[in-house]
Design a protein around this ligand. Structure first.
Ligand SMILES: Cc1cc2nc3c(=O)[nH]c(=O)nc-3n(C[C@H](O)[C@H](O)[C@H](O)COP(=O)(O)O)c2cc1C
Length: 345
């Protein structure tokens, strides 16, 4: 018998059932979604078929799969799911049923034995389906599931971050809308040109627009445009000596007494958000900037606290060198798909 000939329209189920009766064949019925067939399905259907002479599989239509499993399902259409089930040797007949429950189809199919997978119990069967089975005098058999086999597992394996989000990240760098993100690079050489007051104000405003835990905004900014001051601060920063040659510098501090729950970690996170905003804003204005590490280096923190005579609760977090770029590093992505985890580690 061709697998297509095994597929029966819902309206033809009573006639099919009569034929089974005249042929004196014991009918086993099960129902399910069968979206992405796997070994668990095959094992379960083979075991079900062994319980009688002809196994009828009632397959959920597409609308009921969407209602049950969500808008991304089914992956395979009802016709194709029915065809795949029908192609199994152990399956005698397949019918797609419509609506959320299979009660009508079960009444028409009048199973001698009704089989369900092991995530169900007789008590958890749908009440309408259970009533239909009782009316037909069907025996009910729950079969164990094959562990580790599920359509959801297969979908999660296919939907890796690599396949979903790409392996290179090159698409994002080419997207004009994201140009300020990828174009922001650390600039360490500057033209001998002052940064104007309005640009400094814009940078500070951008910095203070950053998110802050519990909106406590604990960041404080020391603006340096005096060459003597820039030089002195550069002295404390072994990796930031070029600050001395920048027309503008900032020391970003945080007030621990204003940080969320008085926590240093929140203080650093809030200040870092400000710094990143400021760096991107500088790039958008055509300026160049470089983040210069201070905290948690104890020497640098102590030197800056001492130099600026900072109050007890004020902690220097970072410095920033700023100016008109003498050299502009090219935009780039650091995207690494191996650092992305989907729904799990
Ligand atoms: C917390 C922190 C501290 C940094 N400290 C320094 C520093 O002391 N000197 C420096 O030249 N760059 C410093 N940088 C800049 C990094 O070296 C730079 O961001 C990194 O090499 C990536 O290059 P990019 O900014 O051009 O993308 C620091 C960056 C961060 C986030």
């Amino acid at each position: 018998m061709s697998s297509q000939a095994k597929i029966i329209a819902a309206a033809d189920l009573p006639a099919w059932r009569n034929r089974m009766r005249t042929e004196n064949r014991r009918v086993v019925v099960t129902n399910g979604v069968f979206d992405l067939m796997h070994r668990g399905h095959a094992t379960y259907l083979e075991q079900a078929a062994d319980l009688g002479d002809c196994l009828l599989v009632l397959v959920n239509d597409d609308a009921s799969v969407t209602a049950l499993k969500g808008p991304s399902r089914p992956i395979v259409s009802e016709q194709d799911r029915a065809a795949m089930v029908a192609a199994l040797e152990c399956v005698g007949a397949v019918s797609v049923f419509h609506g959320p429950v299979a009660a009508d189809a079960l009444r028409a199919a009048a199973p001698d034995v009704y089989v369900k997978g092991g995530d169900y119990t007789v008590d958890s069967l749908n009440r309408d389906e259970f009533a239909a089975l009782q009316a037909c005098g069907s025996a009910i058999k729950i079969l164990p599931l094959v562990p580790g086999c599920s359509t959801t597992t297969i979908i999660n394996r296919i939907m890796t971050p690599q396949t979903l989000f790409g392996t290179t990240g090159k698409a994002a760098t080419l997207d004009e809308r994201l140009a300020p993100i990828f174009g922001r690079r650390s600039v360490r050489e500057f033209l001998p040109r002052a940064v104007e007051q309005r640009e400094i104000a814009a940078l500070l405003e951008a910095a203070m627009a950053a998110p802050s835990a519990r909106a406590t905004y604990p960041a404080e900014f020391i603006v340096l445009n005096d060459p003597g001051r820039l030089n002195a601060v550069a002295e404390f920063l072994p990796n930031g000596r070029f600050l001395a040659k920048a027309p503008l510098g900032l020391v970003v501090c945080g007030d621990l007494s204003r940080a969320c729950h008085g926590e240093l970690s929140y203080l650093i996170q809030d200040c870092s958000a400000c710094i990143e905003n400021l760096l991107v804003a500088a790039h958008l204005l055509g300026l160049g900037a470089c983040w210069l590490g201070v905290h948690p280096n104890a020497d640098r923190v102590a030197h800056l606290k001492e130099y600026f005579q900072l109050p007890e609760s004020i902690i220097p977090i970072s410095a920033i060198a700023l100016g008109w770029p003498a050299k502009t590093p090219p935009p780039r992505t650091n995207y690494d798909a191996s650092q992305v985890h989907l729904n799990d580690w």
